[in-house]
Design a binder for this molecule. Structure first.
Ligand SMILES: [Zn+2]
Length: 168
């Protein structure tokens, strides 16, 4: 209500109306150019600047625009196919999931890789980071990681590489 305070708080009395009060309904009001502008939406004097006041508020939900839009086709737990528009520039890998920020709300959701119907496209499109700020392992590192993961084996090199990429 800070803006209302600024608009209505310090108005001097005009047209016989008490300062800051609507003559019809008694709600907070001001007088502009001889016309009473009331803050009560049901009052006949309801302020015509209301739209300007509303649009000066916090950004509305639904205005998030991805810097790098990416369509993710996804089958949810009900077996329904959904298409999400995510922001590839802020997506992160968390083991078998991606954390994606979706248009149009900017909401962050967790998506399972194995439910993505266009996984290859998704993998290719976003900056490949294992964790926030961490680059994707090199081809050689991936080879080591994948080999030992697949065989359930280990090696000093694997341990070293694994320690570098705990989220892999
Ligand atoms: Zn009024």
């Amino acid at each position: 209500m800070g803006l209302f305070d600024k608009l209505f708080g310090k108005q001097s009395q005009q047209d016989g109306a008490p300062a800051g009060q609507c003559p019809d309904c008694g709600a907070m009001a001001m007088t502009i150019g001889g016309r009473v502008q009331c803050t009560n939406p049901t009052c006949k004097n309801f302020l015509s600047v209301s739209s300007a006041v509303a649009s000066s508020g916090a950004p509305r939900r639904g205005s998030f625009a991805p810097a790098k839009p990416l369509n993710i086709r996804y089958r949810n737990f009900r077996g329904e196919e959904k298409t999400f528009v995510a922001d590839a520039s802020t997506m992160e890998r968390k083991q078998q999931h991606f954390v994606a920020q979706l248009a149009p709300t900017g909401e962050r959701i967790v998506l399972a890789r194995n439910r993505m119907l266009n996984l290859a496209e998704v993998e290719a499109a976003f900056p490949q980071r294992v964790a926030a700020g961490q680059d994707w392992p090199s081809a050689r590192e991936r080879q080591v990681l994948n080999f030992h993961k697949k065989h359930g084996s280990s090696s000093p090199l694997y341990e070293k590489t694994r320690a570098k990429y705990p989220n892999w």
